[in-house]
Design a protein around this ligand. Structure first.
Ligand code: 13P
Ligand code: SF4
Length: 306
């Protein structure tokens, strides 16, 4: 039996011996973040996946993040820390449905949130993350945009881009949409001095009521640069915990107790350890054709967002 610190020490030793880079999305638990080589949002993870010098990438997050890492670094072994960790939003649209939409709207550029399967990415013009979506939508030469699959992120972008037409599908993050306007009212009343920071995957009425909306890394940076000492956080609740570790003298409140992504929470520190021993996780395998198709849209994102 090991305690947390002993298991973490073993992981740090093993990852060095085996030349493994541990990438962790910021929604992972604190014990995992502490052993990771990089912690951040989807955009930062994709940049790191492209540039990390190690031969193996261990992705602590959800499947589309591991697929993106494999597409950007096809020569590397990419392991998803927990085979069942998926993003429900990534599968809200089938490839057949997207092909039909493209036929219906042939004059639209297809912009895909990175929370999509590799098969969907291969059918799109450009990927975006929550950190890069606004900049890319502004820079895209297209005047008509079909934005899949998150209408909440899409509407948040649309509200800040002039002179372009947007089309959305029904869907969205089942976790962030648990947050309601009622939650905003209650928490604002409870903590009148606190600033409200939310992820743009939230419902429009929640995002509209916020002092700041941005990606997970954006929220962390906002706190870093702010003089305020109380914050209500409207995104996956592990961010509340991480911020509390980073700034123990400040106060952080969850906007909703229900904003917990069960998929992001599947991976445990023991999974990370077992992956390094070669006894767990799943090695990501994608056909060459699929990697090539999806890579165009991801490369377009990295080029636009430079
Ligand atoms: P980020 O782009 O902020 O990493 O968000 C990814 C995600 O899955 C949010 O729910
Ligand atoms: Fe997907 Fe939502 Fe979980 Fe993010 S929080 S991984 S968008 S289900």
């Amino acid at each position: 039996m090991f305690n947390t610190r002993e298991l973490q020490d073993k992981i740090v030793k093993l990852k060095q011996e085996k030349d493994v880079c541990i990438l962790a999305h910021a929604y992972q638990s604190q014990d995992i973040l502490e052993v990771a080589d990089y912690v951040g949002d989807s955009y930062g993870l994709s940049e790191l996946a492209k540039n990390a010098p190690q031969k193996t990438l261990l992705m602590c997050g959800v499947r589309f993040m591991a697929e993106t890492a494999k597409i950007l670094s096809p020569q590397k072994t990419v392991i998803l820390s927990h085979p069942q960790a998926g993003c429900p939003m990534a599968e809200q649209l089938s490839v057949e449905e997207l092909k039909q939409l493209k036929q219906n709207y042939p004059d639209h550029s297809v912009v895909a949130y990175i929370n999509t399967t590799a098969e969907l990415k291969a059918e799109c013009d450009v990927c975006v993350t929550s950190a890069s979506a606004l900049e890319i939508a502004k820079k895209l030469p297209a005047e008509k945009i079909l934005f899949i699959p998150d209408p909440n992120l899409g509407n948040w972008v649309k509200g800040q881009v002039e002179g372009k037409e947007f089309r959305f599908i029904e869907g969205g993050c089942p976790i962030h949409t648990r947050i309601t306007a009622e939650d905003v009212k209650r928490e604002r009343n409870l903590h009148p001095r606190a600033l409200l920071l939310v992820h743009p995957e939230c419902r429009p009425e929640v995002t509209a009521a916020a002092d700041y909306a941005g990606s997970t890394t954006g929220i962390m940076k906002y706190v870093k640069n702010s003089d305020a000492d109380e914050f209500i956080i409207g995104t996956e609740n592990s961010i509340v915990q991480h911020l509390q570790f980073e700034y123990p003298e400040k106060k952080f409140y969850a906007l909703s107790k229900a904003c917990i992504c069960e998929d992001m929470k599947l991976t445990t520190l023991a999974d990370v350890y077992n992956c390094l021993l070669g006894k767990g996780g799943e090695e990501i395998q994608l056909s060459d054709a699929l990697q090539k198709g999806a890579r165009k849209a991801i490369d377009a994102m990295l080029t636009y967002a430079k």
